[in-house]
Each structure stands twice: as C-alpha cells, then as structure tokens.
Design a protein around this ligand. Sequence first.
Ligand code: GLN
Length: 201
Amino acid sequence: MTILRVGVLALQGNVREHLMALRGCGAEASTVRTPAELDAVDALVLPGGESTTMSRLLQVFNLEMPLRERLAAGMPTLSTCAGLILMSREVLDGRSDQISLRILDVSVRRNGYGRQIESFEADVPVTLLGVAPFRAVFIRAPLIEHVGPDAEVIATFGSNAVAVAQGPHLGLCFHPEMTNDARLHQVFLERAASALEVNAA
Ligand code: GLN
C-alpha cells in the first residue's frame, strides 16, 4: 500500500510545529503554499492563525478554488482554531468577505471566548483518545455555538463542544501542536489513511 502524504497549509501560523508533530508520528509531511503542492498531498492540516488573513492569503496564492475542489473530492483535514473557522459551515462575527469552506457542520463565533479568557489551557477529555485528557491550549479561540447532525462532538469544555469529527475531518478549537502530545495528529493520520485506504506511515 502507498503511504499517506500530508500537507500543512503554510500561509500563516504554527506550520513548523504541525510538521514536527506529524513527522514524529512517522508521517510524510510537507508544506502547502501552491496549487501544485496541494496536488501532491492526500490530506491537509489547516493551522491556527488569523482566519481573515488566511482567507485573503488563500485567494492571493490561488489556493481557494483548488482547495474547494479537493475538499469536495473528500480530502481529509485536521483544522485547528483559525483553520476550524475556515472549515465551518457558518462563521459568526467574521468579516463579511472571509472565506467559509462550509465542510464542517458547525457554527463558530470568532473570538467567542471573549476578552477575559482570550487565552487559556484546560485538560479536556477527548472521546477518540480514551481516558487520559488532552491538554488543550486555546488562543483567541472560536466558540462552537451549534453542532449540526453531520458532525460528532468529540470533546467539550463547559457546555460547549471544542472538538468535532466528521467523516475524515477533525476540527479543533485549540492548538494540539503546542503541546508534546501528538495523539490527535496520530488519530487524524489513522482516520485519513483509512478513509483513503492507504498507510498512515
Ligand atoms: N481569532 C482567530 C481568528 O479569528 C483565531 C485564533 C487562532 O487561530 N489561534 O482567526
């Protein structure tokens, strides 16, 4: 069987940390900045950053349409924070011109945790990971306000979902690349590989 090739959208954000986490899991991982680089990968990480800026850069780098086509063809994704905002069906408090890829069946509110707890960490149990909770780092995180029937909540904090799974996609409000815990990257690789019927590493 062939090996899964994973890309990290490298317009902005913690690109290097995601590459290191993926490679630490044994995956073949590379940066994606051009349509040709997108063509060369089977699955994609959309990192955190600033969703309005990433949205504009997707257009500047001529990646919006190729990305929409790959998503429509079922390319698996791991999206975190600003990446999750891009992947959501509905964005509240976004800019009217920001891109919504409308893949994940969630409504998110940008910066929805408000000013007082702009950034915080919490131990969050994740259903896909078994008993040991995941140390979740939230940075001006989006608040998932509604989860539709196509998405499955895999972690909650307080009364809100903070992570969802939907077919080959995982969407997280927090930054898994900022801890040394690569379990969510590993789960993403396994789910992507099984959706595409290739090896994860
Ligand atoms: N608040 C940012 C946005 O709107 C997301 C923050 C992050 O990715 N850490 O895009």
